[in-house]
Design a protein around this ligand. Structure first.
Ligand code: ADP
Ligand code: MG
Length: 685
């Protein structure tokens, strides 16, 4: 065998042949280093097992006992259930594994089993084990913390445990420690080698967690170094324009507004002005739920550019949104004598040509548009600020295409998708952020209700009455056609049946298979009030403002994520009237998550709930967190580590922007190894 290194393929390890190497590859484990970082997704605390007689109904416990009898019984809706009775000195306990008849081949009378799971009442006390380990083999005995590893077909968690345990002692000495001592001291973090030992062979759950946190911060630091580097390049690579606060237009706007800015808005404007008056380019994200008043904040930024003799551009993802912004800005700017320009694909050729000429000559100071703004032939005379609404709807190319229309313009990105701080740090770690949390006063409230099938008829009556009274209603369904899922109500069927049922109502339909121009037309008709009921899938625009639409009914809300439900709910409550969001469940029981959703209208709180829900959803350990996969870090639990990792990454780059110092080189190498595509970041600037 070649000398063991951290990049040695696992196949060279004893106990791993070709077959197992393939199985490991499916788990993302290729090298010995990957193997060391293949962490248990849970532990069984066999050091404190409950005597069988003391396992009570309602408890979640771990027990050890000898199998005295077993068998498969066909019960419960045709499910075949494997049963085993365990005995220890204290007594007996029955265990049942619904749908796992195959265990009959694995588990034999006389074996010593460790089981862990909830105890319930089913013809007596019965455990439904979540976890089961056959003890007494491979030296496994009660009295230690057993790691349980993410497994795959052809490679059980038990086999993985045996393999890792066998190689741990020879691999640990190879693990280098590259984290600065200062950070280790601050967080009481063990060395990397020690951390690896702790996660695989802890003597307590606390130790296991200590080890995991050390590995997590390393993982987070790698990403934060990349993001901090990207930020460094964006801000320092090209100098921006140090705008001067002339307070001509900006102050005029403040004086002419029909209301005062909310404290959040004031704070955001301050942060933006701070950035814009510096020589470094602004690269800022303004985050706030729908209705928190982002547009006017963006307008202040645009006017600062304009009062410095520069042009400002606002790009929105759809024509409808662009038109909406255009109207808003035109109204707010009228008292200032400024006329914004609109550039969208729908304009006639001669209008477009004229608009382009005004942009090129500098006559237009402020323009709103769609991606039509970035097309060839569009030239600005002096573009100083780029604002991008619903920035995630644009590709990087489109965003940078607009930036390239100017000479290093400042950039302000807007998003109506609040995300928890932890996610923001991983997704937008390279951006500075301003947040609008509180909605301005004076808008109608949104009441959220959960209704069960028995109340369907009443809900539909309410919708009908609303439309008859001159209001408008949305109804959202999870699928387009019945054929996709026979058990779900579908948008097309709903539109047809409502139209038949309510001849006095104009029913509109939008979904993903209707072409965008047609879809926009239906949305326009809805905005203009010609359509009374809009039946839709989740494609309805984020940010669309139809003040007269006050009811949002969502069918099969169980099928939607909480953040998605919140986005949908944001379509109503845009006017001054009270609005209703009604979740129409498909069964009688109302899940706690929907209750929690109905109880709050705080987008950030919902985002936290949503994140928790999703992080618990995936047992494989490869958690998807906003486009970045973390194998070790968990959110929201590790948010504190993330903030520290970000602060640390920025501090390191402040003194050594290219990570070129000898002590920082290992950091750079490891980060680049983890994010190969980001290598380019260290080749420029
Ligand atoms: P967002 O783009 O964040 O969804 P908007 O910018 O569309 O929100 O603002 C929502 C509504 O609130 C608009 O009608 C706007 O005129 C109004 N608005 C904004 N700021 C204030 C404020 N400080 N006080 C009262 N109303 C405001
Ligand atoms: Mg908006």
């Amino acid at each position: 065998m070649p000398q063991l290194r951290l990049d040695t393929p696992v196949q060279f390890l004893k106990g791993i042949g070709e077959k197992r190497a393939e199985a490991f590859a499916r788990l993302g484990v290729h090298t010995t280093q990957d193997l060391l970082l293949h962490l248990p997704h849970r532990y069984i605390d066999a050091s404190s097992v409950t005597p069988l007689a003391e396992a009570r109904v309602g408890d979640d416990v771990a027990c050890v006992g000898t199998v005295t009898s077993k068998g498969v019984l066909p019960t419960r809706k045709g499910l075949r259930v494997f049963h085993a009775v365990l005995r220890d000195a204290s007594g007996v306990l029955e265990c049942a594994w619904p749908g796992q008849a195959f265990l009959d081949r694995t588990i034999q009378v006389g074996q010593l089993l460790l089981v862990a799971g909830p105890v319930r009442f089913y013809h007596g006390r019965q455990m439904a084990p979540r976890e089961m380990v056959i003890l007494g083999e491979d030296g496994e005995s009660p009295g230690r913390i057993l790691p349980v590893y993410p497994a795959t077909e052809g490679l059980s968690h038990k086999q993985i445990r045996t393999i890792i345990d066998a190689h741990l002692d020879s691999l640990i000495p190879l693990v280098p420690d590259i984290l600065p001592d200062e950070l280790k001291a601050r967080f009481a973090l063990p060395s990397l080698a020690e951390a690896v030992r702790l996660v695989h062979r802890p003597t307590s759950l606390t130790e296991a967690e200590q080890g995991r946190r050390r590995l997590a911060i390393d993982e987070l630091l790698d990403l934060q170094l990349m993001l901090a580097r990207a930020r460094h390049i964006a801000r320092h690579g090209q100098r921006g324009t140090p705008f001067v606060l002339h307070r001509t237009l900006t102050t005029k706007l403040r004086e002419s507004l029909p209301w005062t800015l909310t404290p959040d808005q004031k704070q955001s404007v301050r942060e933006i002005f701070d950035d814009m008056t510096k020589a470094d380019r602004m690269h800022r994200l303004l985050m706030g739920d729908v209705g928190t008043g982002k547009t006017v904040v963006a307008l202040f930024a645009m006017l600062l550019a304009v009062e410095n003799g520069y042009q400002a551009a606002l790009m929105a993802p759809t024509e409808l949104l662009a038109e909406q912004h255009y109207r808003t800005l035109a109204t707010l700017l009228a008292p200032l004598g400024i006329h914004p320009e609109m550039l969208v694909g729908r304009l006639g050729a001669s209008d477009k040509k004229a608009a382009r000429a005004r942009l090129a000559s500098g006559e237009t100071q402020l323009v709103v548009g769609t991606h039509a703004l970035v097309q060839e032939g569009v030239a600005f005379s002096k573009l100083g600020l780029v604002v991008i609404d619903e920035q995630h709807r644009f590709g990087v190319e489109q965003r940078s295409a607009l930036m390239l229309k100017g000479e290093a313009p400042d950039v302000l990105l807007l998003t109506a998708t609040p995300i928890p701080r932890s996610l923001a740090l991983t997704r937008y770690g390279d951006l500075d952020m301003s947040v609008l949390k509180v909605r301005p006063p004076g808008r109608g409230t949104i009441r959220t209700a959960v209704r069960t099938p028995a109340q369907r008829a009443k809900v539909f009556d309410f919708m009908h009455q609303t439309v008859q009274g001159g209001g408008q209603v949305y109804i959202v369904l999870p699928v387009i056609e019945e054929s996709e899922r026979a058990d779900l109500r579908a948008a097309q069927t709903m539109a047809t049946s409502l139209a038949a049922q309510w001849p006095d109502v104009v029913v509109g339909l939008v979904h993903g298979r209707i072409k965008p121009p047609e879809r926009e037309q239906v949305m326009r008709d809805f905005r203009d009030g010609t359509v009374g009921v809009l039946v839709a899938t989740t494609v309805i625009e984020v940010g669309i403002d139809v003040a007269n639409a006050t009811v949002m009914v969502i069918e099969h809300p169980e099928r939607f994520g909480l953040a998605q439900l919140h986005q949908l709910r944001g379509r109503v409550g845009r006017g001054t009237k009270e609005s209703h969001c009604i979740l129409l469940t498909s069964s009688d029981g109302v899940p706690d998550r929907l209750r929690a959703f109905a109880a709050t209208d705080d987008g950030f709180q919902i985002a936290e709930l949503d994140l928790e829900e999703r992080s618990h959803g995936d047992l494989l350990g490869a958690r998807q967190s906003g486009g970045v996969d973390f194998r070790i870090a968990r959110f929201p639990d590790d948010t504190d580590l993330l903030s520290e990792a970000r602060a640390l990454a920025r501090a390191i780059l402040d003194t050594d922007p290219g990570l070129e110092r000898r002590e920082n080189k290992p950091l750079r190498e490891r980060a680049v190894a983890r994010y190969p595509k980001a290598e380019v970041l260290f080749r420029v600037g």
